[in-house]
Design a protein around this ligand. Sequence first.
Ligand SMILES: Nc1nc2c(c(=O)[nH]1)N[C@H]1C(S)=C(S)[C@@H](COP(=O)(O)O)O[C@H]1N2
Ligand SMILES: [Mo]
Length: 211
Amino acid sequence: MQNSLFRRTEEEKLKKEGRVPPGQALTQKFPVLHYGPVPQFDPATWKFEVWGEVEQPLTLNWIEFNELPKTSLTMDIHCVTRWSKFDTNWQGVSVKTLVDQGLIKIKPSARFVLQHAEYGFSVNLPLDIVTAENFLLATHYEGAPITPDHGFPLRGVVGAVLEKTELVVPYFWKGAKWLRGLEFLAEDAPGFWEQAGYHNRGDVWKEERFG
Ligand SMILES: Nc1nc2c(c(=O)[nH]1)N[C@H]1C(S)=C(S)[C@@H](COP(=O)(O)O)O[C@H]1N2
Ligand SMILES: [Mo]
C-alpha cells in the first residue's frame, strides 16, 4: 500500500465520513487480483447466457449485448485483501434493467444467482443483491472499456452504492471478471472462492472474510 501524505490525508477524511470498513485501507491504485490467466476475447464467438430459474433462457452475442440500455454507477469497492477504492465509476447493464424490460423473467423459485466466467470461475450472490442497483454487468470503468486484466469485455461489479448503505456490502471478489453468464438458482451454491474457504456472504462491514 503506498503511503504518501496525500493517501493518508484522504483516508483520514473518508474514515471521518464513516466510509472505511474495518480492517480496510485506501488505495489510489487499482490492484489486479485473480486466479489463473487472462482469457482472450473473441467477439465472434462470445456469448452471454442466462439460465436456470427463469421463464426462458437468454443468449446474447456481443453486438446484441452492446445494444442493451446502459447504466452508470459510482460505488466504493472493498477487496478482501484489505484495499478499498472509493467513488469508482462503472458503466454497463444492470440486471434490474433486463428484468424491467422483460428480457429476464425470474421465476418465484429463484433465490440466488451464480455468475459464470471464463475457465469455469463462478461466484454466488443472493438474488436481491444481483437485482439491486449496486450490481452491474460492467463493460466500462471510468469511461473506458475495462482493461483485459480487470475483466474485459464484461465483469460483474458489486459495491456500496452511497445512497444505499443499508444494503449488505459484499467484498469485491463477489464480481466475476470475464463474465459469460448468470445462472438463477433456488438453492445457494458456493462459487470458486467460496469453495476455497472464503465466507459465503462476505459482508464488508461485518468483516466476513473467511467462512
Ligand atoms: N474470473 C474471475 N473473477 C474474479 C476473480 C477471479 O479469480 N476470477 N477474483 C475476484 C477477486 S478475489 C477480486 S478481489 C476481484 C479483483 O478485481 P480486480 O483485479 O479488477 O481488482 O476480482 C474478482 N473476480
Ligand atoms: Mo479478492
